[in-house]
Write a protein that binds this ligand. Structure first.
Ligand code: SAM
Length: 282
């Protein structure tokens, strides 16, 4: 392979589990780069040792990105080559690197991205969900108001939604998704490229129930089907039975109104009754 170009920032993806998932080009760039900027030097050292590469590693992560970023830009401007990696997968994607890319662009430093492992795309292609259009959401915001707003914005997006989550928060996140998006077709992709790689396909509710039977372990991608015409029709019919039920309840007791609506819309009396009681109370 050609020598690297002086003063260039290389974005180098690394395996998300299976150490063989690294390209020859990525190995060569890691071997030749003057500096390897990584999230966790110990973590990256394990990979480099496996590849038989020494390498000058420096840490670049969320908490030191300002100082470390300026230092890396100085090195790049002085003609050094920098390979940026994260702990796993594509750097920049739910991982550090975006700021460094922006700084490099502002300083007119060439950037060369390499294709390679990424959990979202690996999960998507085997999910069986619609892959023509999708939205990569990544981790949901931790701040409740921001999370709610984002999910409200996503509710009617007609594209497959892809989320990242850590195993200790996955149950809570599934509950949040059910509440915000309703019960939709969904897939969890666990431990991709590793020994216990598992795809579970079902609905958000059925997958969530499965997590009570067997506690979630390992890394997960959650994929959820996008908004579709059936959901729109269901929403329309829900809106119309609700409107009619409220109208009827003005002229007769809630119980009777519930019975009539339940018959007309082929639904459970209890569901209508509970809706009316809740509405009439407020
Ligand atoms: N940059 C990475 C990429 O390109 O996919 C993502 C890093 S992000 C900090 C880590 C999250 O990615 C995990 O919490 C999980 O949601 C997902 N992930 C990473 N590796 C995975 C794997 N082997 N199987 C399933 N999900 C994985």
């Amino acid at each position: 392979m050609n020598e690297l170009t002086a003063g260039t920032l290389y974005l180098v993806p690394t395996p998300i589990g299976n150490l063989s998932d690294i390209t020859e080009r990525a190995v060569e760039i890691l071997r030749q780069a003057d500096i390897i900027a990584c999230e966790d030097t110990r973590h990256t050292r394990i990979l480099l040792d496996h590849l038989g590469i020494g390498g000058h590693v420096v840490s670049y992560h969320e908490h030191n990105k300002k100082e470390a970023g300026s230092k890396l830009i100085e090195e790049l401007m002085a003609g050094k080559t920098v390979a940026q990696v994260s702990d796993a997968g594509m750097p920049v994607i739910s991982d550090p690197g975006a700021d460094l890319v922006r700084l490099a662009i502002a300083a007119d430093i060439p950037i060369v991205p390499l294709p390679g492992p990424n959990a979202a795309l690996t999960a998507l292609v085997a999910s069986g969900l619609d892959v023509r259009q999708f939205v990569f959401v990544g981790f949901l915001p931790k701040i409740t108001a921001k999370r709610k707003k984002l999910l409200a914005d996503l509710e009617k997006v007609p594209f497959t939604l892809i989320f990242y989550e850590a195993p200790h928060r996955i149950k809570e996140t599934m509950d949040t998704l059910i509440k915000a998006l309703g019960d939709r077709k969904a897939v969890t992709a666990r431990e991709l490229t590793k020994k216990f790689e598992t795809f579970d396909r079902g609905t958000l509710t059925s997958l969530r129930e499965g997590m009570d039977v067997e506690d979630p372990r390992g890394e997960y991608v959650i994929l959820v089907e996008g908004w579709n015409e059936d959901m729109a029709a269901e929403e329309d019919s829900a809106a119309s039975w609700q409107e009619k039920a409220l109208e009827l309840a003005k002229t007769m007791p809630a119980k009777e109104a519930a019975r009539e609506i339940a018959t007309a819309f082929h639904m459970g009396r209890r569901e209508v009754y509970q809706f009316l009681i809740k509405k009439l109370e407020t």
